[in-house]
Design a protein around this ligand. Structure first.
Ligand code: GTP
Ligand code: MG
Length: 195
């Protein structure tokens, strides 16, 4: 699956704008700035494909990327951005709910968690939504290069405890660094084995 090229398809702001459900897809959810776009760039090996930025809230649409002919990678807008106006937050939540519960070809959601911060209340909310929508989700710890082993292990236990409360959670946690490349091959392999 990861042998082919990656291309940006489109940014979607409403369900009616989704591309044809003609292949499987995985999506990447997580708090603003957690590293969703950077992870997609690392997975595809294409710098600058998904726009990564230090400005939280950079990605405001559901962005579709192809990975070869048989897979879409879907970059979701970040949540939990403190300065986002309520109207935007509500619009986003509605679209997210529709997307998660209405996309037949969605095989797995990856919920990204900052390896320094662990699972926050907003992450837990998204996980509940995924439980309700019966979408299997898997946690990816990001920015592993920014934590020492002891801190990382503490966060890992916290994430494990949080996951145990969610029926839709897949138990394996993937530790990644888009910067250094840690865990990227492992995540590619996980995605390649979905069917
Ligand atoms: P939104 O689109 O705003 O929701 O953010 P995002 O989740 O797409 O985050 P993005 O990929 O734009 O990354 C946010 C910041 O974190 C950028 O400055 C990245 O360079 C940085 N970053 C992302 N991944 C890593 C990583 O693995 N290690 C380090 N050190 N920095 C990272
Ligand atoms: Mg982004």
């Amino acid at each position: 699956l990861f042998a082919g090229q990656s291309e940006f398809v489109k940014g979607v702001v409403a369900m009616s704008g989704l591309p044809p459900a003609d292949r499987i897809e995985v999506c990447f959810a997580g708090r603003s700035n957690v590293g969703k776009s950077s992870l997609i760039n690392a997975l595809t090996g294409t710098k600058g494909l998904a726009r990564a930025s230090n400005t939280p809230g950079r990605t405001q649409e559901i962005n579709y990327f192809t990975q070869g002919p048989d897979l879409y990678l879907v970059d979701l807008p970040g949540y939990g951005y403190a300065n986002a106006p309520l109207k935007i937050v509500e619009k986003w939540q509605k679209l997210l709910k529709q997307y998660l519960s209405g996309r037949q070809t969605l095989r797995r959601a990856f919920v990204l968690i900052d390896a320094r911060h662990g699972v926050k209340a907003v992450d837990d909310e998204i996980m509940k939504l995924l439980d309700t929508s019966a979408v299997t989700f898997q946690c990816v710890l990001t920015k592993a290069d920014k934590v020492k082993a002891a801190e990382r292990d503490k966060v890992l236990s916290q994430v494990r405890a949080a996951l145990s409360k969610h029926p839709a959670a897949y138990p394996e946690i993937v530790l990644t660094s888009s910067e250094k490349g840690d865990g990227i091959a492992a995540l590619r392999s996980i995605i390649a084995h979905l069917e």
